[in-house]
Design a protein around this ligand. Structure first.
Ligand code: ATP
Ligand code: MG
Length: 208
C-alpha cells in the first residue's frame, strides 16, 4: 500500500538534537531569518525545509497557524536551475509583494548554484533579509556553500533518524492511513535499513 509519508507539521519531524529543534522553532516564530539544513542523502532535509518555511509563513504569535494567513513562498532547486536568474527572480519576488505579508524563499541543493550565482547569493540574501523574507537552504555539501552564507544562517546538521524516531513516525503515518504494524517489526525494519528513510518506508509499504 502506498503511504503518504510527507510531514505536514513540525511535530512530524525528527530533530537531530534539542539545539536543532530550538533553532527550528525560533525560525518558525520568525525570530531568526534563515536556516541551512545539511546532511546525508535522504535524511529528510527537503521535507523539513518545506514544513519549517510554511510554519514560519503561517505563524501568528499566540495563535495556532490558520489557513487565512496570507503568505507567498518561492521555491527553487539549484540542482535544476543554477544560474543567476534564480537570484534575480528572488529579488523581483521579494520586492513585488507588499510589505507586511509573509514571504519565504526556499532554495534546495543550494551548493549546486553556478559559481556566479553562488557569489551573488550573499548580496541577494542581504536584500531579502532587509525586505523581511524568511529563508531556508538545504544541501548535502555544506563545504561547497560560501562562508558568507554559512555565517548568515543558523546551520543545522540533519542526521539519519534513529530507529526509535523512525518507528514513532511510521506509527503516525500508519495511523493516518488507518493501519497499524507492531513496534517490534517496525524497529527491525528500521535497523535493517540502517536509518535510510526512503528504504525504510518502502519496506513498510510492502508490509501493509
Ligand atoms: N519527517 C518525516 N516523516 C516521514 N517521512 C519523511 C520525513 N522526512 C522525510 N521523509 C521522507 O523521507 C524521504 C527523504 O526525504 P527528503 O527528500 O526530504 O530527504 P533529503 O535529505 O532532502 O534527501 P536528498 O539529500 O536526496 O535531497 C522522502 O520520501 C520523504 O517523504
Ligand atoms: Mg532534498
Amino acid at each position: 500500500m502506498k503511504l503518504d509519508t510527507h510531514p505536514t507539521s513540525p511535530a512530524h519531524l525528527w530533530f537531530p538534537n534539542q539545539w536543532a529543534q530550538r533553532a527550528c522553532e525560533a525560525f518558525v516564530r520568525r525570530e531568526i531569518p534563515a536556516i541551512l539544513l545539511h546532511g546525508p542523502v535522504g535524511t529528510g532535509k527537503s521535507d523539513a525545509a518545506k514544513v519549517l518555511i510554511k510554519g514560519a509563513m503561517t505563524y501568528r504569535p499566540g495563535l495556532p497557524p490558520g489557513p487565512f494567513c496570507k503568505f507567498d513562498l518561492k521555491h527553487d532547486n539549484a540542482a535544476q536551475d543554477s544560474g543567476v536568474a534564480v537570484l534575480e527572480s528572488a529579488v523581483v519576488f521579494a520586492s513585488t509583494y507588499p510589505q507586511g505579508e509573509c514571504r519565504g524563499w526556499w532554495v534546495d541543493e543550494v551548493d549546486e548554484l553556478s559559481q556566479r550565482a553562488s557569489s551573488g547569493l550573499k548580496g541577494t540574501f542581504d536584500r531579502l533579509e532587509n525586505l523581511g523574507v524568511q529563508m531556508v537552504f538545504t544541501t548535502n555539501s555544506p563545504s561547497a556553500v560560501s562562508a558568507a552564507i554559512l555565517s548568515r544562517c543558523e546551520v543545522i546538521e540533519w542526521r539519519r533518524p534513529s530507529p526509535a524516531q523512525l518507528v514513532a513516525r511510521a506509527q503516525q503515518v500508519l495511523a493516518q492511513h488507518g493501519k497499524t504494524l507492531d513496534a517490534t517489526t517496525l524497529y527491525q525494519l528500521a535497523v535493517e535499513r540502517g536509518g535510510d528513510t526512503r528504504q525504510f518506508f518502502r519496506a513498510v509499504e510492502l508490509m501493509v
